[in-house]
Design a protein around this ligand. Structure first.
Ligand SMILES: CSC[C@H]1O[C@H](OP(=O)(O)O)[C@H](O)[C@@H]1O
Length: 351
């Protein structure tokens, strides 16, 4: 899957609106960082690494189109842009990691007092974040593919492919790498309600690439594991704590419990930019989204209720999986195994 879902084109950010896949491929563009924030909040762009790349380009747009005559004014504008972008979605740490990196770069570049240098440097930094994410995914893919054997049936959840990153993918990147190495794998994708990233995005990526895919509803995982139809689980992460707890798409936790019960190896795959070395479990925010996502079909052109419209709803977009259910954490710097409070620090070079 060679798609690059978010692109920089001479002062414009261009992206594919993933809400319309698989029905239509709609590309959008903007010069306004506030429009980037809306695209993240409304999940036109989604997926932890992709959200980080989009936020970085949002900051680059704010700099590129600024009319500030001095760096102090430019920094004030960038601080506002950072604040607006940071308010979009609370769970994926990549958003904040990218914003912090862009802000640090702005402070460094502003030392010389040259507005144009700050502008050019921030565009370069955002392009580096995008390029590094693709490189990281391909490295992670190769590392994780060592865990996949010829003939494996791999279950994956949500979408962790090219459409969730700068390109190639994290867990789907591991699956992609195993396929590219000639391993005869089959992929089972969960539908991933309520927004159906699995049915809509993962299946779209796999079918386009000719990787054998089978779609299931989220309710079928336990049955298939009981019938020994699933050999391994590879899925993504939005925020990994040093304890080994990780937040990921809602439904991950119940897959982890089922995998543990049925002794199916369960891996999460994420770049080290998804590891949060600072926060503890009680500081992890689980995003609650619009109730209509649960009440309606995930078809963006019209509201098709599948229930009584006035019904009350829970709609946590993520859940948290504890370390005792996690076989391994695949990163671009290697695979972390329990005890994670030691192995993740080593992966981050924290000793
Ligand atoms: C490599 S994407 C990581 C992660 O992001 C997705 O969430 P969302 O679609 O709500 O942005 C999902 O949790 C993926 O596993």
């Amino acid at each position: 899957m060679k798609i690059i879902p978010i692109q920089w084109k001479e002062g414009r950010m261009v992206w594919i609106d993933t809400r319309f896949i698989p029905w239509e491929e709609i590309w959008r563009e903007t010069t306004d960082y506030k429009r980037v924030a809306k695209a993240i909040k409304d999940m036109e762009i989604r997926g932890a690494p992709a959200i980080g790349v989009a936020a970085a380009f949002g900051m680059a747009l704010a700099a590129y189109h600024s009319t500030a005559k001095d760096v102090d004014t430019l920094l004030k504008e960038l601080e506002e842009a950072k604040s607006v972008l940071a308010k979009t979605r609370p769970t994926a740490v990549n958003l904040f990691w990218a914003l912090d990196r862009m802000w640090e770069k702005a402070l460094e570049l502003s030392q010389k007092g040259d507005v144009e240098a700050v502008k050019e440097g921030l565009v370069e930094e955002a392009l580096s974040i995008q390029r590094e994410d693709i490189e990281t995914n391909m490295k992670m893919g190769k590392i994780g593919a060592q865990l996949i054997e010829d003939g494996d049936v791999i279950l994956t959840h949500c979408n962790t492919g090219a459409l969730a990153t700068a390109g190639y993918g994290t867990a789907l990147g591991v699956i992609r790498a195993a396929w590219e190495e000639g391993k005869k794998i089959q992929v089972i994708a969960t539908e991933t309600r309520p927004v159906a990233q699995g049915a809509r995005l993962t299946v779209w990526e796999l079918v386009k690439e000719g990787i054998p895919a089978r779609l299931i509803s989220d309710t079928m995982v336990g049955y298939l594991m009981s019938k020994k139809k699933i050999d391994k689980v590879f899925l993504g992460a939005d925020r990994i704590l040093l304890s080994g707890h990780f937040a990921n798409k809602i439904g991950t936790y119940q897959i982890a419990i089922l995998a543990h019960y049925h002794k199916v190896p369960f891996y999460t795959v994420a770049p080290t930019s998804t590891i949060d070395p600072k926060r503890t479990l009680d500081e992890l925010i689980i995003e609650e989204r619009n109730p209509d996502e649960v009440k309606c079909c995930p078809y963006p052109k019209e509201k098709i209720y599948i229930t009584v419209p006035e019904v009350e709803v829970y709609n946590p977009a993520f859940d948290v999986t504890p370390p005792e259910l996690v076989t391994g954490i695949v990163t671009e710097k290697g695979i972390a195994y329990p005890p994670y409070w030691i192995s993740l620090r080593k992966i981050l070079g924290m000793g």
